[in-house]
Design a binder for this molecule. Structure first.
Ligand code: NCD
Length: 324
């Protein structure tokens, strides 16, 4: 199959302008994001704990392949649950025991799984652009969802974060959002910044040491704060992030205690935000490094709600790309 020169945001839409893959939130039009959030809202009811049969037949007979070349707890599991609630068959390839260890390339693995009638690939990989590479390679009837590519994008996390913010704060055009910590290595932060910008959020703040903030934040319209107390003043949403050690070189990893002292989200610091501000974290958390336990478990934290909403958002995503 010839490679196209299309960018991720172009390639994820078909000729009719509908989503056929989900690679990035950069450039994803507002109508698409809102359609995904509205569809997810309908799927929340399917996951309702009172509902006896938590399933709908939208993906019956379809094969969803989870390919996680990097560790995952929430994303992989919620994709599996989401696919099962849509009645798909789910295959979790165990990368550790797969032929990847024997030197098979990503695209050769993909070809073999397409030969097993794959319909959707959910791909997480340490390399930026891995999901794009898969999308360029796939025949038109097979779809790929990026579940995190290097430090680049994590679009379903960005969407579930938008779902959570809309659930608690309703109107994106009236909120101030602060993202704290290791933004430079965070694909979650990048997906969030793109989506918030598209949805009209008037103030996105990045709080952290210069070494952990991307150089192009100003160009993206994000306000930089090198002081956490100032950055938290009057915000509606506070998002904390893990220090992504695995993406740092030797000697670059900040020391946990020192980081917490200067940049950790404590109860006292949270009081500078609006009294009804919500606290988010994509997980996995490192308690007492980027967030105090009493905040993570406190009344303003919506961290576990994010996880639950992730199921409905991933159901929405898969049903939309299969429907298109
Ligand atoms: C994040 C990831 O993998 O990018 N986790 C997630 O998917 N919820 C964040 C992280 O690893 O720190």
């Amino acid at each position: 199959m010839p490679k196209t020169s299309k960018t991720a945001s172009q390639l994820q839409l078909n000729d009719q302008g509908e989503l056929t893959h989900l690679l990035t939130l950069e450039g994803l039009p507002k109508e698409h994001i809102l359609h995904i959030l509205d569809t997810a809202q309908q799927f929340v009811a399917v996951s309702d704990s009172d509902r006896e049969v938590k399933k709908v037949p939208l993906l019956r007979g379809k094969n969803v392949f989870n390919l996680f070349f990097e560790n995952s707890t929430r994303t992989r599991t919620t994709f599996e649950i989401a696919a099962k609630r849509l009645s798909a068959d789910v295959i979790n390839l165990d990368i550790q025991t797969s032929s990847t260890a024997k030197g098979e390339t990503l695209l050769d693995t993909i070809d073999n799984l397409v030969a097993m009638q794959a319909d959707i690939f959910v791909v997480r990989h340490k390399t930026t652009g891995a999901a794009l590479e898969v999308a360029q390679h796939l025949p038109p009837h097979v779809h790929v969802i990026n579940a995190g590519d290097g430090t680049n994008q994590h679009p379903t996390q960005g969407l579930l974060d938008m779902y959570t913010m809309r659930h608690y704060k309703q109107d994106f055009t009236k909120i101030k959002v602060a993202i704290i910590g290791d933004i430079v290595h965070s694909r979650v932060a990048k997906s969030n910044i793109h989506a918030l910008t598209t949805l009209g959020c008037p103030e996105i703040r990045a709080i952290g040491p210069e070494s952990l903030l991307p150089k192009d934040l100003n160009m993206m319209g994000v306000k930089i704060y090198n002081n956490i107390e100032e950055g938290l003043k009057d915000v509606d949403v506070v998002m904390t992030l893990r220090i992504q050690k695995e993406r740092m070189g030797a000697g670059q990893v900040p020391e946990g205690n020192a980081f917490f002292k200067q940049w950790g989200l404590t109860k006292e610091r949270l009081q500078l935000a609006k009294p009804d501000a919500i606290v988010m974290h994509p997980g996995p958390m490192n308690r007492e490094v980027e967030i105090a336990s009493e905040v993570a478990d406190g009344p303003q934290a919506v961290i576990l709600k994010q996880v639950t909403f992730g199921i409905a958002v991933r159901m929405a995503m898969m049903s939309i790309i299969i429907g298109n």
